[in-house]
Design a protein around this ligand. Structure first.
Ligand code: FES
Ligand code: FE
Length: 447
């Protein structure tokens, strides 16, 4: 597969081969080359505040347990017993002193260490060294402003390097008010029969679909008015190492779509403080029509407060997990208003959420046709609109209607699929991977 992906993606001409959304061999490679080597979001601090708190989630298709330790640190290990492989934890979340396997009763403490076994006398001296047969830990765990990430790859760069300048954009949602953020109201899981990348690319840059796909939803949430108009001169796509944020600078579009006037009032009140904290420009970006994704599989809407992860379940299916993210410092009634607004818009029956899944499922199914899959897909919108912006970090394109962030996401995806090791990533990631130039896409300059 290495170096064959040029035939699937051509970013100079602006097209993508449909097989990346359905081919089983490509999917198998994605799990190895992308998911087993990336930093992946695993938990928000607020989901596991106390020692013994845990949740179960996925890194790619590998199940993991995320636990808060007595010393406050977070450990992440495989949810798979080293005896025969059974799951050792079946709950989504909770508080535990140990995890005991259903099958033969091996039990592990919250650090994943093997503590004991059922009928332990059946093992003779020398049969098992318990210190070596604990649950398999990930290579590294990191935290950025409340978000915990983990990676299976010991050679992965630090989380700070991985996120790089994208932190400037992440702070819009994670650090716009003193005290940071929390997830509230639990997690909603949905199964969608679509390729996971359709969800990520929709949030990373596809403002284009919003006014059309979501026309009726926008009217429902905005007193019968259509989607707020996009000003192509003062809106942008920004991409850093494949992470992407598309946004306006009008300050209220997403807050209007949330449909909760009290929330708009709240942000009007704290906006001068946001400006003090994040600067004038970011205080105008906050609340605007915007959406974002962190490479490879997390997305969020900063003004609408939905935070989500797309877990692959095969080339044609994913599980979507969604949470409501709020500022800890907000009064309870504002948190409640935001929760209701998120449910009305991006809950499973929300005014916007329902429209997207159907499109992604159809894109996935139709792209599998034996003749259809040989045709290209068009990704060239706004290809010549790259600008140098004095304040915005990353690769910036003018105009929120653009395929730029999508192209740069797929560039990062292809680069990881091609690189034998992370140190082989192209020069444009050198600040991240210290790698060497292996290939280049003309028309997209080095970062
Ligand atoms: Fe877990 Fe045997 S599979 S104890
Ligand atoms: Fe949408």
């Amino acid at each position: 597969m290495n170096n064959e992906l040029d035939k699937f993606i051509n970013l100079e001409e602006g097209w993508i081969d449909r097989r990346i959304f359905s081919d089983e061999e490509i999917f198998r490679q994605e799990l190895e080359q992308v998911f087993a080597r990336s930093w992946l979001f695993v938990a928000h601090d607020s989901q596991i505040p106390n020692p013994g708190d845990f949740l179960t989630t996925y890194m790619g298709m590998d199940g993991v347990i995320v636990t808060r330790q007595k010393d406050g640190s977070v450990k992440v290990f495989l949810n798979s017993c080293p005896h025969r492989g059974n799951r050792v934890c079946f709950a989504d979340a909770g508080n535990a002193r140990r995890f005991a396997c259903n099958y033969h009763g091996w039990s592990f403490d919250i650090a994943g260490s093997l503590q004991g076994m059922h009928e332990e006398y059946c093992y003779d001296p020398g049969d098992i060294d318990k210190s070596k047969w604990g649950l398999k830990h990930v290579a590294k765990v990191g935290n950025y402003k409340g978000l915990n990430f983990a990676t299976f790859d010991p050679d992965a760069p630090s989380l700070e390097e991985w996120l790089g300048d994208f932190r400037w954009y992440l702070d819009l949602i994670l650090d716009n008010e003193e005290g940071g953020t929390e997830f509230i109201g639990g997690c909603i899981k949905s199964e969608i029969s679509a390729n996971w990348k359709f969800g990520v690319e929709n949030f990373i840059g596809d403002a284009y679909h919003a006014g059309y796909t979501h026309d009726s939803g926008a009217r429902a949430m905005n007193d019968g008015n259509p989607f707020p108009p996009i000003d192509m001169e003062s809106s942008y796509h920004a991409s850093v190492n494949g992470h992407g944020y598309e946004f306006g600078t009008e300050g209220v579009g997403d807050l209007i779509l949330l449909g909760r006037p009290k929330v708009i009032e709240y942000y009007d009140k704290i906006r001068p403080k946001i400006a003090e904290r994040l600067g004038e420009l970011r205080s105008k970006i906050f609340g605007s029509v915007a959406s974002a994704s962190i490479f490879p599989n997390v997305s969020f809407l900063p003004g609408i407060s939905t935070f989500r992860q797309w877990h692959p379940k095969g080339p044609w299916n994913f599980e979507l997990k969604t949470w409501v993210i709020v500022n800890k410092a907000m009064p309870d009634d504002i948190k409640e208003e935001i929760t209701k607004g998120v449910m009305q818009t991006f809950g499973p029956g929300g005014a916007f959420e329902m429209d997207d899944g159907e499109n992604w499922e159809n894109c996935t199914t139709v792209n599998r046709g034996v003749v259809t899959r040989k045709e290209k897909l068009h990704y060239r919108c706004g290809i010549d609109r790259r600008i140098d912006h004095p304040q915005l970090p990353g690769v910036v394109y003018r105009g929120q209607y653009n395929d730029a962030n999508q192209r740069l996401f797929y560039q990062r995806w292809a680069d990881m699929m091609n690189a034998p090791a992370l140190s082989d990533m192209p020069e444009r990631y050198k600040s991240v991977f210290g790698g060497r130039e292996t290939r280049d896409y003309p028309g997209i300059n080095a970062l």
